[in-house]
Design a protein around this ligand. Structure first.
Ligand code: FES
Length: 389
């Protein structure tokens, strides 16, 4: 073996450049051919696609169901979500919503449905509930997430715990089980709400409530209710899902998630195996690990995107993704819960708070200063690098 000296080694780089330049100059200028697998993958995962709102239905106060018309079959697995992409004023935003419709609606009518509840101060949910109308055009990326029943991974009995509008993925699963259930899956849905008037899609759920699907409503604030009262506690869980092995799914508000985790832990469920989706964001003002003296402040975000540098304000109680969107800066998001990683950005300087729950970053990313900006809050002025959309 010949070991070259350092000078010869560094000259090697020039030889590579020469060889590469020659190869480039001799290359054909016709476009590269795509292989079959890439073409198929691109067909199945097409990114955001244009759709039209073809129906809007008022379900209860501040809650609407939207139906989107596609020009082809939008394949999805019940339990998955779609990501809506909208232009609201100067901001381009995207938000995830669980698909609530059945497989047959997608297959036969080429439609997907979501149910949206207007949240207090909710920038996007208010826009959708108050303004989105039949005939409007919306971009949608669909078939996202892994909140689905998998016959190889799951037990034949499913315990689904839902809170409020978190019933939507279970509505899709239950409808699809009613249409086709070759593996005999049995699903028990414990559905918690405050009042009867807040139960979303009650008639549809009642119609599904037989054979393989059981729905139990648990109301916290309805004295005249003749069914279950209170919260979805260990007693209620044990009463309707006793002992037998269940695969557990949860979808509901973040505060309810922590309550349900505590109750399931008392019953010795392995929390790591429970699939959870929550909404309503994290209220860091209530997070005891976040320094109270930083709350209610604004910091400066210096953003590098390609050759440009921009500066915007960021409120500490909002994730960096929201600060970018408010300033009209495009950032690609999907789950908005810290898990999928599509909104990954690099923090060049400054301090960021990343809640431990749902921190879906790889260890290498943590060491190298990357964060998922939908799940990262500024704790000082920041300098960040974001991808060009
Ligand atoms: S959008 Fe999925 S991690 Fe941020």
């Amino acid at each position: 073996m010949i070991i070259k000296n350092k000078f010869a080694d560094s000259m090697g780089a020039f030889r590579v450049t020469k060889v590469r330049n020659q190869a480039i100059s001799e290359a054909s200028d016709s476009p590269l051919l795509e292989d079959e697998v890439t073409l198929k993958a691109r067909k199945l995962h097409q990114g955001s696609l244009p759709t039209t709102v073809c129906d809007v239905e008022e379900m209860c106060a501040g809650v609407k169901r939207f139906t989107f018309q596609f020009s082809f079959i939008p394949y999805f697995t019940p339990g998955q979500y779609l990501s809506l992409r909208l232009k609201i004023g100067d901001s381009i935003v995207s938000r995830p919503y669980s698909i609530c419709s059945s497989r047959s609606l997608a297959k036969e009518q080429h439609q997907l449905q979501i149910i949206v509840k207007k949240a207090d101060g909710g920038f996007v949910s208010s826009y959708l509930v108050d303004r989105l109308s039949i005939g409007d055009h919306v971009e949608i990326e669909y078939g996202l997430g892994e909140f689905t029943i998998d016959r190889f991974r799951d037990k034949p009995k499913i315990l689904a715990i839902a809170g409020g509008v978190g019933i939507t993925p279970f509505l899709s699963m239950a409808k699809s089980l009613q249409e086709s259930n070759p593996h005999g899956i049995e699903m028990t849905i414990l559905y918690g709400c405050q009042k009867e008037s807040e139960i979303v899609a009650k008639k549809e759920l009642d119609a599904l409530n037989h054979d393989h699907v059981r729905v139990i409503y648990v109301l916290a604030d309805e004295p005249s209710w003749t069914g279950e009262h209170g919260f979805i506690s260990t007693e209620i869980i044990q009463k309707y899902a006793p002992k037998e092995p269940y695969s557990v799914f949860f979808c509901g508000p973040t505060a309810m998630k922590y309550f349900v985790i505590k109750e399931l832990s008392k019953l010795k469920y392995d929390i790591r195996k429970i699939r959870m989706e929550s909404f309503g964001g994290i209220d860091i003002s209530k997070d005891t690990r976040y320094p109270k003296d930083l709350l209610d402040k604004y910091y400066k975000l210096t953003i590098h995107r390609g050759m440009e540098t921009l500066t915007v304000d960021a409120f500490v109680q909002e994730p960096i993704a929201v600060a970018l969107e408010r300033a009209g800066i495009k950032i690609h998001t999907r789950c908005r819960g810290g898990v999928c990683g599509i909104c990954r950005i690099k923090v060049i300087s400054g301090n960021v708070y990343v809640p431990e729950e749902n921190d879906g970053r790889r260890d290498a990313d943590k060491k190298l200063g990357y964060v998922h900006c939908c799940h990262a809050y500024p704790m000082s002025d920041l300098e960040i690098k974001i991808p060009i959309e």
